[in-house]
Design a protein around this ligand. Structure first.
Ligand SMILES: Cc1cc2nc3c(=O)[nH]c(=O)nc-3n(C[C@H](O)[C@H](O)[C@H](O)COP(=O)(O)O)c2cc1C
Length: 205
C-alpha cells in the first residue's frame, strides 16, 4: 500500500475481532520490519514481548486495568527498551567498520563515545531506550496496517505488574504496549489534530 494511505488510514483501534487471528509468522514479519527503524549509533534498543497465548493475554489484561481490547486483540506486543544497549558498542563498531562506514582506526573512538554518552548516565540510558523502542513501535504499527491488521498503542498498564507477571529482566523497560489483530471497525472519523501552524516554529522561538 502507498505510504500516504497507510498513514492516513491508521487509527487506534478500540474494537478488535474477539476471534480474530494473527499468525506467529505474520508477527515475526512485522517485527523484522520494525527492526529496520533507526536508533542512536544503531544500538537497536528495542525488544518485543509478544503475548499471543489466550491465557497470557488474560494476565496482561489484568495488569492493563482490565482493558478488554488486550484480550480481544489477536496479540499484544509490549515494546521494551533496553537500558544496556550501549554494551553492544563493540559489535556495532565492528559492523560499521566492515561495511566501510568507519575506518578501523576510529573504532575505539566510537566505542568510547558510546560508553561516555550512556555508560554512567541513567537518564540518557532511559531516554534512549524509550526513544528507540518508540521509533520501532511506530514502524511496527505502520507495517501492521499495511498487512491489514489494526493496532492500538497503549500506556494504560502497570509497568511493575508487567515486569512481575512476565519476568522482565531489569535492563528492559516497557515503552508501550501495542494491541494488534483484525479490527471490527473501519474508517472511523479521524480525531482532531493541531494544525501545522500550531505545532511548528521555524528557526527558533
Ligand atoms: C503512548 C500512547 C499511549 C496510549 N495509551 C492508550 C491506552 O492505554 N488505551 C487506549 O485505548 N488508547 C491509548 N492510546 C491511543 C490514543 O488515545 C490515540 O492514539 C489518540 O487518541 C489519537 O487517535 P488515533 O491514534 O486514532 O489517531 C495511546 C496512544 C499512545 C501514542
Amino acid at each position: 500500500m502507498e505510504l500516504n494511505k497507510i498513514i492516513e488510514g491508521r487509527r487506534s483501534v478500540n474494537d478488535f475481532e474477539p476471534n480474530g487471528e494473527i499468525s506467529k509468522q505474520d508477527i515475526e514479519t512485522i517485527i523484522e520490519k520494525a527492526t529496520l527503524s533507526p536508533s542512536s549509533y544503531n544500538l537497536q534498543h528495542w525488544h518485543f514481548l509478544v503475548v499471543h497465548d489466550p491465557d497470557r493475554k488474560k494476565v496482561l489484561k489484568e495488569v492493563a486495568y482490565g482493558q478488554q481490547k488486550v484480550e480481544d486483540a489477536a496479540a499484544a506486543i509490549v515494546v521494551l527498551g533496553n537500558l544496556q544497549a550501549h554494551e553492544r558498542a563493540k559489535s556495532i563498531a565492528d559492523d560499521l567498520s566492515e561495511k566501510g562506514y568507519l575506518p578501523e582506526e576510529y573504532k575505539e573512538n566510537v566505542i568510547n563515545q558510546i560508553q561516555g554518552l550512556y555508560g554512567n548516565n541513567e537518564t540518557m540510558q532511559r531516554d534512549e531506550a524509550i526513544r528507540g523502542a518508540s521509533l520501532a513501535a511506530m514502524t511496527l504499527m505502520y507495517v501492521a496496517q499495511d498487512m491489514g491488521y489494526g493496532t492500538c498503542p497503549m500506556i494504560g498498564f502497570d509497568p511493575e505488574g508487567v515486569r512481575k507477571e512476565f519476568n522482565l529482566p531489569a535492563h528492559l523497560i516497557p515503552a508501550m504496549m501495542i494491541t494488534i489483530g483484525p479490527a471490527k471497525e473501519e474508517n472511523n472519523p479521524r480525531k482532531s489534530r493541531l494544525s501545522v501552524n500550531e505545532v511548528t516554529t521555524f528557526n527558533g522561538f
